[in-house]
Design a protein around this ligand. Structure first.
Ligand code: PEP
Ligand code: MN
Length: 282
């Protein structure tokens, strides 16, 4: 057992006995650059569609004091006939707009090639739910210096999710943010079932931050607020929420997007709960 001493030890938490945990926890403390008391708030469109759409969103977020903007450039759509994202030109658009408004960018990578294309231009690289077990993608991300937002596969257990994190960290990148975005169950009223119960469990097993995506789990804008507020109260380390200046005109996920006034109302409530919990929004 002693010979197996993984650099980051996420997987070790699954297999080691409790007597070995203190050594492992020391490694994990260094592993996460996410400090206690920090609440990561990311918002932005499902997909980057145009300069105008992105600039409007960036300005809106900046005025609220939010620092992270999301926007899909390469999309993993269920149907090949749906909008697949702007591709390469979207990378430069995202970089330019984020620079102009002093925002940090979050966007999804879908394969090794997109990691190469995006790593120098996008701050946080997102692994989509459908790619959580794409091992070559995870290994490629492990060789970058970017923060990695690792979404939970919608059919994945906690152990499978942690092992995916280990694929990244074993290559040297410990800067991983786990993101619960809902799993598939028998209920059909929401798009997925948000598993808030996983938050305390993941926190017990690792020191990595876990944020929540209420948008993809809700599937409908009218349910997003309840799920978002529940996640904050359940001690999530952050949220990633889809917004759009004109949701009805969006090219993807239009039903779940919040418009600016809906998001602003939600933001005020989020701020109240984070204040109560002694967390600062970053
Ligand atoms: C997204 O964030 O736009 C997305 C596709 O999410 P998920 O991978 O969770 O479905
Ligand atoms: Mn989306």
């Amino acid at each position: 057992m002693d010979e197996y001493y993984p650099k980051n030890a996420l997987a070790a938490l699954l297999v080691f006995s409790s007597s070995q945990l203190s050594k492992i926890m020391a490694i994990l403390k260094n592993a996460s650059k996410f400090s206690m008391g920090t609440f990561l708030l990311i918002a932005g469109p499902c997909a980057v569609e145009s300069r105008e759409q992105l600039e409007q969103t960036a300005k809106f977020l900046k005025d609220l004091g939010i620092s992270y903007m999301r926007g899909g450039i390469y999309k993993t759509r269920t149907s090949p006939y749906s909008f697949q994202g702007l591709g390469e030109q979207g990378i430069f658009l995202m970089k330019e707009v984020c620079q102009k408004y002093n925002l940090r960018s979050v966007s999804e990578v879908i394969d090794k090639e997109t990691v190469e294309k995006m790593k120098d231009y996008i701050d946080v690289l997102q692994v989509g739910s459908r790619n959580m077990q794409n091992v070559s993608l995870l290994r490629a991300l492990g060789k970058t210096d970017n923060s990695i937002l690792l979404k939970r596969g919608f059919m994945s257990t906690l152990n499978e999710w942690l092992f995916s994190g280990e694929y990244i960290s074993k290559q040297g990148n410990d800067n991983i943010i786990f993101c619960e975005r809902g799993i598939r169950t028998f209920q059909q009223e929401t798009r997925y079932t948000l598993d808030l119960g996983i938050i305390p469990v993941l926190k017990k097993r690792t020191e990595y931050p876990i944020i929540v995506d209420p948008s993809h789990s809700a599937g409908k804008s009218e349910y997003v607020q309840s799920l978002a507020l529940a996640a904050v109260a359940a001690n999530a380390d952050g949220l990633i929420i889809e917004i759009h200046p004109e949701p009805e005109k969006a090219l993807s996920d239009k039903e779940q997007l919040l418009n600016f006034s809906q998001f602003e109302q939600l933001f005020l409530k989020i701020t109240k709960i984070t204040n109560l919990l002694g967390k600062t929004i970053v």
